[in-house]
Design a protein around this ligand. Structure first.
Ligand code: FAD
Length: 303
């Protein structure tokens, strides 16, 4: 594989910006992670198609990142290319109760748009710091409401094929998972919302934000929930009962506010976080015999 060739070719390509050896700490809300060989921001669809073609020709592995708010990046970084979506994927348009959003739009912006248009359906996304692409890919939301429920359709780029449209009703939406194939890049999603009033939408969003402020370590670098709830049980309650709050490895610490949040208290490494995640897992396994599954995605740990 030749990262160098790919970097040279892409640097001369219209519609893409290339950064070499950018620290993944700058691309994730954990503020953790070593350098990625390449980080490419594709500002146009043509730029994205060309990026993937060049990377494939040069045998360079790639991954798409949104806001990096559900990702722990390895201390050694990522041997490959991180693709991010830029300008052309950062627009919102409105048609009656339909909001169409580029994948790079930050979820809080989309949520605010729904509020100002007096449209209900995205309240469960209030306070989630990801992008629309990341949220659709993860089927983000709360325990009982998730974004997939209001997706009318999703436009993706399938490498080697081109654009594809998935009807929301044909996509399987699961717990922090959806059936859109992992090799497809989400470009845009249309959300079918319900007419409401500003007061009603704002009240529901404020209720959810107040709950977050009361129970989560707001403002601290983290990835949100570390583990998924096992079945109907609350992972936060299981972890709390094992006394993990305040447990620390290096600069990483289990939040005193929420036992399922690991925060970077400053200078935490990915191996600190992994050490803590292992200890949390083992505490629950030892006491309850339950094998917790991480919700956080790991980048650069393979191989
Ligand atoms: C403080 C805090 C609170 C949070 N609260 C919640 C919550 O209440 N509910 C919840 O569900 N999550 C929550 N999260 C987790 C996270 O914000 C969501 O999972 C979010 O949807 C991830 O979006 P992202 O853009 O950051 O994706 P990333 O973290 O960048 O990526 C996540 C996954 O999506 C894939 N992906 C990203 N963009 C695309 C794309 N365009 N096409 C295809 N795949 C893509 C990535 O490859 C990766 O596998 C929280 C995180 C934090 C830091």
């Amino acid at each position: 594989m030749s990262v160098l060739n790919a970097a040279r070719t892409l640097a001369a390509t219209e519609g893409v910006e290339v950064a070499e050896d950018l620290m993944l700490a700058q691309c994730t809300t954990y503020r953790i992670g070593g350098p990625a060989d390449l980080v490419v921001t594709a500002d146009t669809y043509a730029g994205l198609v060309r990026t993937v073609r060049v990377l494939t020709e040069q045998g360079v592995p790639w991954v798409v990142l949104g806001r990096g708010s559900n990702v722990l990046a390895a201390d050694a970084g990522y041997r490959g290319c991180v693709i991010r979506l830029g300008r052309e994927f950062s627009r919102i348009s409105v048609d009656g109760c339909m909001l169409t959003s580029g994948a790079a739009v930050l979820l809080p912006k989309l949520v605010n748009e729904s509020l100002s248009r007096e449209l209900s359906g995205l309240e469960s996304c209030a306070g989630i710091p990801g992008t629309v692409g990341g949220a659709v890919s993860m089927d983000a939301g709360s325990r009982h409401q998730w974004i997939g429920r209001v997706v009318r359709d999703v436009v993706t780029f399938k490498p080697g094929v081109g654009m594809r449209r998935h009807l929301g009703s044909e996509v399987e939406w699961g717990y922090r998972w959806c059936s859109i194939p992992a090799d497809e890049i989400i470009l845009e999603a249309t959300f079918e919302l319900t007419p409401s009033t500003k007061q009603a939408v704002a009240a529901e969003m404020n209720r959810r934000m107040a709950r977050r402020r009361a129970t989560q370590p707001i403002g601290k670098p983290c990835c949100g929930s570390v583990f998924k709830n096992p079945g109907d049980r609350s992972v936060g309650a299981l972890l709390d009962s094992c006394g993990v709050k305040g447990m620390r490895v290096g600069g990483a610490c289990v939040s005193e506010r929420h036992a399922n949040f690991v925060v970077n208290e400053g200078g935490a490494t990915a191996s600190d976080v992994v050490g803590l995640i292992d200890a949390m897992h083992d505490a629950v396994k030892g006491r309850y015999g339950v094998d917790l599954t991480p919700e956080v995605k790991f980048l650069g740990f393979e191989g």
